[in-house]
Design a protein around this ligand. Structure first.
Ligand SMILES: Cc1cc2nc3c(=O)[nH]c(=O)nc-3n(C[C@H](O)[C@H](O)[C@H](O)COP(=O)(O)OP(=O)(O)OC[C@H]3O[C@@H](n4cnc5c(N)ncnc54)[C@H](O)[C@@H]3O)c2cc1C
Length: 440
């Protein structure tokens, strides 16, 4: 019987274990998780803090007992894999409760350990990071028990923006600070203005080019010299890969500690696969490496690894497109393709439009600002970004599908939209981008 060992029991780990079981009833599957919980919905955590998702059971999707009884998969929480002995196909596991280590053999090893939140070492009981269910419970209880009125969110990546939105939903007076002016980095910098406008509209204070130097009690000291009292601090200051335990092995890691994998999610060592936030791979539409630490990639990786192990070698990863989206109050910000920084690898042009999402005479119309970048050498679309109050997700998903098929900017004129006044216009903004590009 094949023995499959999985490291990490959340998005990638729990999903790969389930997918393998779907295709193979016989293998022994053991999943090790260093923390308390398995299979929670990371993406739901900010919304649970905001009481928008109001049931904890909806966030915590499975327990080890359920996994075993439904799928015959063993999940061991509070068990940390501390080393890999790839020469002998073994891992060393530390049982945190029993406070002892032991060795486990594997035939196939699958790594999905994700990343950990960076923190600013503020050494303050009012300061938290948000990465898992334990963090979420701690923040939730702290808010309730201390009747939090005033919160500081440090950092302006997509998770921090979601946290600000959700704390506001709970009537907590929230301040956002960010160390530079470039907030929400996945987006074109000049398309982020509605983030600031949305905060202005709600009297949410924000300070750019600002950082915290120390915290004493409830007093927060800022680089600018300002001192202010807060009840709660949430730090969203980036992540680091959970790959230090791999250094005992011959696994190749890149200079940042991520694992490069091939199109079967294989690492450089036979029988060791990796997926999720820990990997680097490649883009689908252009010839560049890609690191896209988001949920879709973890789920796609899980499915492909399961197919590989089940003996279907032709089901392979075709690459990322980098699709991402975030809601910030009334606005949606989304993009697909190479990052704004990676555009430097191309001779590119862009076409942009501000157009209503549906017919101008039909109620509740909103403008979408859509920008599409193309490679001048072959006119293929390489990136698109959109912002607006409605219809943004649809346009970015359409462009993602277009990029999947290497469409050119001119092909967008041919996109046949499902039109009726509440949904679109006979010439959708996607078509109009194509028409406008003909002048370039
Ligand atoms: C608050 C939040 C909101 C998010 N929102 C979105 C969103 O809206 N859309 C989106 O696409 N993505 C979102 N993401 C990102 C998404 O959750 C990740 O891309 C996804 O969870 C990655 O899956 P993973 O398996 O690589 O890592 P994780 O899901 O983080 O799981 C890794 C697990 O491995 C465990 N582990 C690590 N090292 C070891 C070890 N040595 N031994 C045993 N266990 C170990 C960790 O404790 C962890 O539980 C969000 C993430 C967070 C934190």
């Amino acid at each position: 019987m094949t023995k499959i060992v999985v490291v990490g029991a959340v998005a990638g780990g729990a999903t790969v274990a389930s997918q393998i079981r779907r295709l193979d009833q016989d293998s022994e599957i053991v999943v090790f998780e260093k923390d308390r919980d398995m299979s929670f919905a990371n993406c739901a955590l900010p919304y649970y803090i905001g009481n928008v998702v109001n049931s904890r059971d909806h966030v915590l999707e499975a327990t080890p007992e359920q996994f075993y009884s439904k799928k015959h998969i063993t999940v061991k929480t509070y068990h940390e894999v501390t080393a890999i002995d790839d020469a002998n196909s073994k891992v060393i596991v530390y049982d945190k409760k029993a406070e002892q280590s032991y060795t486990v053999d594997y035939d196939k090893l699958i790594l999905s350990p994700g990343c950990s939140a960076n923190n600013l070492n503020l050494n303050s009981p009012i300061s938290f990071t948000l990465r898992n269910m334990e963090d979420t419970d701690a923040i939730y209880q702290f808010i309730e028990q201390n009747h939090v009125q005033k919160a500081l969110v440090i950092g302006a990546g997509y998770i921090s923006l979601e946290v600000v939105d959700n704390l506001y939903e709970r009537n907590i007076d929230t301040t956002l600070i960010h160390r530079s002016e470039h907030i929400n980095k996945l987006m074109d910098a000049d398309m982020n203005q509605p983030i600031l406008d949305e905060m202005d509209k709600r009297n949410i204070t924000y300070h750019l080019n600002e950082s915290v130097t120390k915290v004493i009690g409830n007093e927060v000291y800022f680089k600018s010299g300002r001192i202010e009292q807060f009840d709660l601090i949430i730090e969203g200051v980036g992540v680091k890969p959970n790959s230090s335990f791999m250094k005992s092995s011959q696994l190749n890691l890149d200079e940042h500690g991520y694992i490069p994998v091939n199109d079967k999610f294989e690492t450089n060592i036979p029988n060791i696969y990796a997926l999720g936030d820990i990997i680097t791979s490649h883009y689908r539409h252009v010839d560049l490496p890609a690191h896209v630490p988001l949920a879709w990639g973890a789920h796609r990786g899980a499915s492909i690894i399961a197919e590989q192990i089940a003996g279907n070698p032709n089901i392979r990863f075709k690459g990322y497109l980098g699709s991402n989206i975030v809601k910030f109050f009334d606005y949606t910000f989304a993009s697909v393709g190479v990052s704004p920084k990676e555009l430097e690898h191309f001779d590119y042009k862009s076409v942009e439009l501000n157009q209503y999402d549906h017919a101008g005479y039909y109620p509740n119309k909103n403008k979408i600002h859509l920008r599409v970048y193309f490679d001048v050498s072959n006119r293929r679309i390489i990136r698109a970004a959109a912002v607006g109050k409605s219809g943004v997700d649809k346009r970015i998903d359409i462009l993602s599908m277009a990029m999947m098929h290497h469409s050119t900017i001119d092909d967008l004129t041919d996109f046949e939209v499902a039109y009726a006044p509440p949904y679109s216009r006979p010439k959708d903004i996607i078509n109009m981008i194509g028409y406008k590009a003909r002048n370039l």
